[in-house]
Design a protein around this ligand. Structure first.
Ligand SMILES: Cc1cc2nc3c(=O)[nH]c(=O)nc-3n(C[C@H](O)[C@H](O)[C@H](O)COP(=O)(O)OP(=O)(O)OC[C@H]3O[C@@H](n4cnc5c(N)ncnc54)[C@H](O)[C@@H]3O)c2cc1C
Length: 434
């Protein structure tokens, strides 16, 4: 009988596992189902470019139904696993829950923002983990510029022009670098605002940023950011952000119109709630073949799992580079399970990393060589354009970048998309009063 393989999560792990199965399984060997809340996979390393508007949001995602021709796709969110009956419960967007039986289950639910109990953070802050957040932030920054240029209130103006980012990992650095670059570029269209009036602050609790690249590249990045007027505060924490009033641990206090929390992620909370073994950080524990401890028919990888690093020791880092290869390894090991072959351990050595610092600016380490400047920036872009699944997306991404190259950043703010019914409801309200 053909095996039922259910994959939870259509991110790096889920998508690459499913594609591998599609490529390698013969007809009738298994039925594969993939469950994901949205019908696309977010290519997260491109989110900084979505935030700066150099990439269309739709081009930074992979349409799952188009890629997964031989796989059943279910739009929904897994809520529970019954390991005795071998079923998962899935909540679709509307209607009753579904129960999906499995013979093999793959878990790749990824991570969520790691929040700390900072007053005001949950109400006033925003993360930088999803497509919606990246696209919203771009519009939000442009809206702040409009507010500042229109108001006659100096305090409101100062507040609107103050942007605070907390977290100096690659996500925080890339986010502030791309957005500040965009804001400086579009200021040419705002004669009312002087560049020096904008205040961009990067707050990092440790005494350095970018712990995943070498210290000299991190120091170079700090120099570059400070040279552009970004106030990098090392060894500093955000104590409070209540109602937009920032209090830093170095004693500084000021109002800001923007607070972006990019101080790390934690595994999907579901990893801890479904009765599987987890480590102290809530990551599902797996062996080197990516099978969950004590559950030979359940596999987990990516940001929601503690995957042993068989090359360098310790655990694999939560990055796309590793998640892609883990997804493929799960696919290959599932084919081995279906055909009764031996399982192979996951082994991968990172080839390097790039960090974008805005247009024509990046730092990186590739195969042990340090690179920076326009060359690193172009190499990063070329790498991600070639890596994104399907030629369709590669061409769209390259197209956006090539077309954007001779022009400045686009200043159009489309945040009215977030309230599309507002005008209609207003009209309906007025009509009902007549
Ligand atoms: C802004 C940003 C920039 C990054 N840049 C880089 C980079 O340059 N290089 C790099 O290597 N890494 C980068 N990363 C990290 C990288 O994106 C992650 O390590 C990678 O996405 C992890 O893959 P994953 O499959 O575990 O999770 P994800 O890719 O996050 O996929 C998880 C999927 O599971 C779905 N899901 C969650 N809960 C459920 C549920 N209950 N039921 C069904 N589906 C569910 C989610 O909706 C999502 O689609 C970046 C991350 C961010 C946020």
């Amino acid at each position: 009988m053909s095996k039922r393989i259910v994959i939870i999560g259509g991110g790096y792990v889920g998508l690459y596992a499913a594609v591998r199965l599609q490529q390698r399984l013969r007809r009738g060997e298994a039925e594969v189902t993939l469950v994901n809340p949205e019908n696309f996979m977010v290519y997260r390393p491109l989110l900084p470019e979505v935030a700066s508007g150099t990439l269309e949001p739709r081009h930074a995602v992979v349409p799952l139904r188009a890629v997964l021709g031989g796989t059943r796709f279910v739009a929904g969110r897994m809520s529970a696993v019954d390991t005795e009956r071998r079923t998962v419960s899935v909540e679709p967007e509307a209607g009753p829950a579904l129960e999906l039986p499995y013979d093999e289950l793959v878990l790749g639910m990824g991570a969520v923002a790691k929040l700390l109990p900072v007053p005001g953070l949950a109400d006033f802050g925003i993360g930088f983990n999803s497509l919606a957040e990246a696209a919203h932030l771009r519009d939000h920054v442009l809206r702040q510029l409009e507010i500042a240029s229109a108001t006659t209130d100096p305090e409101l103006r100062r507040c609107a022009l103050t942007f605070v980012f907390v977290g100096g990992g690659y996500t925080g650095v890339e986010a502030i670098a791309e957005l500040q670059d965009m804001a400086v570029d579009v200021l040419a269209g705002y004669p009312e605002i002087q560049p020096a009036e904008m205040r961009w602050v990067l707050v990092e609790a440790m005494d350095r940023i970018l712990t995943t690249v070498s210290k000299d590249l991190a120091d170079r990045s700090v120099e570059e950011l400070r040279g552009r007027g970004i106030d990098v505060r090392l060894g500093t924490q955000l104590k409070s952000g209540e109602k937009g009033h920032m209090e830093l641990s170095d004693g500084d206090e000021f109002d800001a119109g923007t607070l972006v929390w990019v101080a790390g992620t934690r595994p999907s909370p579901l990893a801890n709630e479904i009765g599987l073994p987890v480590d102290e950080r809530g990551r599902i524990q797996v062996d080197e073949t990516l099978r969950v401890h004590g559950h030979p028919d359940i596999w987990a990888a990516g940001d929601c799992a503690a995957v042993p690093d068989t090359v360098r020791g310790g655990l694999c880092p939560p990055t796309a580079q590793f998640a892609v290869r883990q997804g493929r390894r799960i696919g290959d090991n599932l084919v081995a399970r279906v055909r009764g072959g031996p399982l192979q351990p996951f082994a991968y050595r990172s080839r390097g990393e790039f960090v974008t610092l805005g247009k024509n600016k990046a730092v990186g380490e590739v195969l042990g060589r340090k690179v920076h400047g326009p060359l690193a920036w172009a190499a990063r872009r070329a790498y991600y354009a070639m890596q994104i699944p399907t030629w369709n997306r590669t061409i769209r991404v390259l197209g956006d970048w090539l077309v954007g190259m001779p022009f400045g950043h686009d200043v159009v703010n489309l945040d009215s998309r977030e309230e599309p019914r507002e005008a209609f409801q207003e009209a309906a309200g007025k009509h009902s009063k007549i």
